[in-house]
Design a protein around this ligand. Sequence first.
Ligand code: NAD
Ligand code: MG
Length: 386
Amino acid sequence: MQNIVIFGSTGSIGKSTLDVLKLHKDRYSVFAITGYSNVQLLLQQCIEFMPKYVLIEKNELAKELSTQLKQQNLSTIVLNQKEDFIFLASHVDVDITMSAIVGAAGLVPTYHAALNGKRILLANKESLVAGGAIITQAVKDNNATLIPVDSEHSAIFQSLPFNYTSLDDIGVNKIILTASGGPFINTPYEQLCYVTAKEAVKHPNWSMGQKISVDSSTLMNKGLELIEAYWLFNAKIEQLEVVIHPQSIIHSMVEYIDSSIIAQLGTPDMKTPIAYALSAPDRIISGSNKLNFEHLKALTFETPDLKRFPCLELAWAGLKIGHSACAVINAANEIAVDLFLKDLHGFYDIPRMIEKAMNKYSSISANNIDEVVSLDSEVRDFCKSL
Ligand code: NAD
Ligand code: MG
C-alpha cells in the first residue's frame, strides 16, 4: 500500500487522479488532499477517500470545512498554514506526491517532495519552468523520482527506455512534441486580436482548467512544455521540436538516430498518463476509453505559425537565455492570462506583457528556491503595474 498526497485535488487533474485511484484502492491510499476554494468538493472527497489530512489555506474556509467534517463524524485533520504544504510534501508516511496545483504556487510543494526523496507525479509544469534547474538537482541529490503526467511528456517517457543515463547513450536524435493547435488553429491573425477568454477556454479535444486552456490557445502551453521537456529529459535545445497535430491522438514522439520514430497514441484523456505515472514501469487500468481506429479519419500534421502564436517563440527565446528567463516568462504569463480571463486585456497583450517582463528581468539570475520565488513575485508585481 502506498500513501499519496494530491496537491490540487479539486482541479481537473486532481479529480482525474482520484478517479484512477478509485480503481486501485488495494494499492494506493489517499493520505492528504489540498484545495484552494472549493470547500464542498473537498468535503465530498474527504467522505469518499478518508484522508488523514486536508489542506485549505484560507482561514474562514478551513473553519467551515472543519465544522462540516465534524458533522459527518470524520476525523480528517484540517490544515491551513502555508508551511503545511511543506509538512505534507516531506511527511515520512508519504510515498507519492501528485503536483496538480496550477501555476508557480505548485513550486514549493514540488521542491520539498524532491528534497524528501518522494515519487513525484508532475502535472504542474510551471514548477519546472520556473525552477527546473533547482528541482532537477534536488531530485538527483535526494534520490527522488520525477515522473511526467503532462500527456506529451508521458508519451516521450513511454517512448524511451525506462532507465537510461543520457539521451545520447540510447541513440535519441529528437524529441517531437505534438500540439493540438488549440481552438484558434485556423483563426486568421487579424481576428485573433479580438478573440475573448470565453472562446479561448473552449479547447477542441481536452477538458482542462482555465489557465492551461488559455495557454493552449496562445500555444504558450507548448512553450512551457518545451522547457518542461528540456529539464525532464535533460535534452539539448536543438533536440526539441514542435509539430501541430490537431487530432491529439499521437501524444508525442521520439526519433532515434536510425530514423525510427516511437510514438505513444491514445484517446485524449489524462487518466492514461496519470495511471502510468502512478505505476510505471508496471501498467494498471486507467479507466480511459480505448482508441478506436475505425473511427479515426485522419492524423494530420503542420508547422506552428509563430507569427500568429508569438508566445511559442518567446518560450524558445527564454530557453536559450537560461533558467531565470524561463521563470520570468512563467510569472508574466500567469498574470497576463489572469487579466485576459477577466477580460481586462486582449489576446496579443499576453505576449506583449511577457516580452516587456523579459526585457526587464531576463538578465537577473535566480539560483536557489528563495531567489526563484522572489523573482517570480517581483515579475508579477511589475506585470500588475503595467
Ligand atoms: P485547475 O485549475 O483545474 O486546478 C488547479 C488546482 O490548483 C485546484 O485544485 C486549485 O484549488 C489549486 N490551486 C489553484 N491556485 C492555488 C494556489 N494559489 N495555492 C494552492 N492551490 C491552488 O487546473 P488543472 O487543469 O487541473 O491543471 C493543474 C496543473 O496540471 C497545471 O499546472 C496544468 O498546466 C497541468 N496540466 C493539466 C492538464 C489538464 O488536462 N488539465 C494536462 C497537463 C498538465
Ligand atoms: Mg500537455
